[in-house]
Design a protein around this ligand. Sequence first.
Ligand code: PEP
Ligand code: MG
Length: 545
Amino acid sequence: MTTFTGKGVYGAVAIGKISVFKKRDAEVKRVRIDDIEREKQRLEHAKAASMEQLSEIYEKALKEVGETNAAIFEIHQMMLDDDDYNESIITMIESQKVNAEYAVAKTADNFAEMFSSMDDAYMKARAADIRDISNRIISNLSGERSEETAVNEKVIICASDLAPSETVSLDKEKVLAFVTAHGSSNSHTAILARNMNIPAVIGTGDDFLAAIKDGDAAIVDGFTGEVFIDPDEETRARLLKKQADDEKQKRLLQELKGKENITLDGTKVHIFANIGSVDHIGEVLLNDAGGIGLFRSEFLYLESSDYPTEEQQFEAYKKVLETMAGKKVIIRTLDIGADKKVDYFNLKREENPALGYRAIRICLTRPEIFKTQLRALYRASFYGNLGIMFPMITSVSELEKILAICAEVRAELKAESVEYSEDTELGIMIETPAAALISDQLAQMVDFFSVGTNDLTQYTLACDRQNPDIEPFIDTHHEAILTLIRMSAENAHKHGAWIGICGELAADTSLTETFLRMGIDELSVAPTFVLKVREAVRNTDLSKS
Ligand code: PEP
Ligand code: MG
């Protein structure tokens, strides 16, 4: 077995045989011509034929991937008609007296080069589009059609790269997956694969192409970006199970999408999603989550080589809020330290990092970092329905300091006439036994609680969550943990606050009924668990004791 890794652009598993996509990359020769007018006429005919083919492809795409995604072929038609592009080809034919094929190929090279050198990832990806339409014109000039391919059975299509029109022109019924050695996840090929619901991996590298041939057995894991050639039995069994689980999940998605999170006796609950990066919002929407219950903002710090600026943070938070279009988005302030280390914070080595200098403790002792984040958050609050949540709370005095800094930030913004939402909710994580035990006082100071069961379990049971040897000692259903959650729920409601659970336990459906009976208002889980929890909620009957 040989394994190659690229980037998965559509999460699904495909098991089958490889078919290497043979591109007819028309070899273009430079030929000197005498009759310029005739050459220009040849070009016009080839362009007209290309235009017609693109209309046909657009119609096919419209049926298969919908209007938004088919739009790329309208853009291709517009590119074909672009003045600069056409002027460049004509000038080359006229001034250099070269054949139309050569003029189109050279112009394509120049334009593709220009797009590739742009900073913007979207524009970079347009290089492939310009090559796609240019190859089409060249094929029409030489009387060949490049998208024809001999695919007779369901196969895993492997190529160096695939142009958008090649992707759509393939018969979807015969394609198990796409794997390309090159390409970017922003390219329309990747976007189309995603929308055709076909597992796809891009960027497996040239070694991949050198290693494969038609008919090789392969497994494509679009979740991890792995491609296994000649898979062993253990891998095949593992991926078969993954495929079955995924298909079950997708069936659930179809059945439960758009349905309410309501128990048989009519109790409603919010089911939100947890994310750790702006890139995961798509999964939140796909899985029909009602909002984001935990956005782990530390990714911004972990991905960066220096403290992210207020502006960088503002843009990221604004994007999440705007994409969620008015649905609740709870962003947790920096939770760095313990297992999440960042060099530029210069944190000292600690004997017991989980009990050490982390999260809110860093924010309160380095208020400049905290205030930068809060300014970015409040500024972004103007663009949606934001809740700000503070991690690792253990005392009333900590929370008093936090609320004072929040008030300071709001006053500063007001003085600068910067807009923010007055409705921004403030909440805390209940993830230490101390917070649960004093939740009666804490609930009077905030709008909401969210129980972080991962840390609450670690601190209640004195079990390091990072240590695999301790695993057998961790009883996630321990009565002590459930008691602390129940106590927090009662205290939240007593003071008009709402309470959610955002630790992994929220997705444990054997506890869904227990949580609902406690009066938990919101469960926030990984995006792929949203529908599983919705199903559990809809099968629960709280009227029976
Ligand atoms: C938790 O502790 O349960 C939690 C949600 O936070 P994290 O896992 O990021 O520590
Ligand atoms: Mg935690």
